[in-house]
Design a protein. Sequence first.
Length: 184
Amino acid sequence: AVGEGAMNLSGLNGKNPIIIVSAGSGTACILAKDGNFIHCSGTGVGGGTILGLSKLLLGTTDPIEIARLAKEGNESSVDLILEDVVSGPIGKLPSDTTAVNFGKLSKLDSEISKQDIAAGIVNLVGQTAARIATSVATTFNAKEIVVVGRSPSFIGLKNSLEQAASIMGFSPHFPKNGEYASAL
């Protein structure tokens, strides 16, 4: 259902392999080719992870509040980036690429803002979804990734996913009304 709905919403023809990412409470990857759909990978990291970690670390499960906090925050205040760890880029990875999610926290004695923590949570989930999707796409020789589900409504997550996927040469599609793919 997710595969058929995503293909319909994306407008792609599906003759070549396409990876469909269902980004909901977790993240599932579906291989679409020639009208056939196979669940091929996924992770338990998704929107539910954002809500759970936000409850523990921010004291809220309100998606609107979490998104607002994340938009106001900066994940590099909590994440170690390559520039922090090895003084610059590595191969195709730019110097501002996350090296260790939340790794900076162990080195800081100062108070961390809720905004920066929220940005770090959303970044962690977006990057994880992107890494799963791009690895699966590479494995199945897919050139296109289509992301559906409710989690991309977190703008920070969508941006994080796009940035992480672009490092691997992918530009994911986020079709309009993607949260309704399975119902469609």
